[in-house]
Design a protein around this ligand. Structure first.
Ligand SMILES: [Zn+2]
Length: 114
């Protein structure tokens, strides 16, 4: 999946490369333009690197969320019975569990670990 942010990143770096080439060609008349050209190339590479780097990180974060729930021990806040983690059901993006002992339904709250 390609996000709009990625497309914008590629477009900006492409534009910077085009300008870098124009400045490089123009440096035949004014050598100082070669410095500007080098800066544009570096900026273009920087944005390209940043855009490419961003993609895998977002995917990893999405995959980490369901895995974290399994690491916890659940206890019913009503009768303090220990509950089976496999009973957790995600409703409206919130993981919740129904206690098999007293029937109490509560949200499974996660403590952030970073
Ligand atoms: Zn209970």
């Amino acid at each position: 999946m390609v996000s709009a942010k990625t497309v914008i990143g590629y477009v900006i770096s492409a534009v910077l490369f085009v300008f870098a080439v124009i400045f490089a060609l123009a440096s035949a008349y004014a050598p100082i333009r070669l410095v500007t050209s080098a800066f544009l190339f570096l900026a273009g590479f920087g944005i390209l690197y940043y855009t490419r780097k961003q993609q895998p990180i977002q995917i990893t974060q999405k995959l980490e969320v369901p895995g974290k729930v399994k690491l916890q021990t659940l206890r019913c806040p009503n009768c303090s019975a220990s509950l089976d983690i496999s009973q957790v059901k995600v409703t409206k993006g919130v993981p919740s569990i129904k206690c098999s002992y007293c029937g109490h339904i509560f949200e499974v709250t996660e403590e952030p670990k970073w």
